[in-house]
Design a protein around this ligand. Structure first.
Ligand code: FES
Length: 70
């Protein structure tokens, strides 16, 4: 789904950016230019960003003995 028509930014692109460490709307704007033209997509982009961050927070963290030993 296209979230930002002005800059052709999809929800998939937003999810990928969050997976790569983006965690704020301003960082999302800087990386993808979402919401930098008319601004009508800001609330939708913010909702997707929040959903992605909530999904990340609900992921289980597994203990990795090899990392603990390093
Ligand atoms: Fe995103 Fe216009 S739809 S800036």
């Amino acid at each position: 789904m296209i979230v930002c028509i002005c800059n052709n930014v999809s929800d998939k692109a937003i999810r990928k950016a969050v997976d790569n460490g983006v965690s704020t709307l301003s960082a999302l704007r800087e990386k993808l230019e979402v919401g930098t033209c008319c601004g009508k997509c800001n609330s939708c982009a913010k909702t997707i960003l929040r959903e992605c961050l909530e999904d990340q927070a609900s992921q289980p963290v597994f203990f990795q003995p090899a990392l603990a030993a390093a």
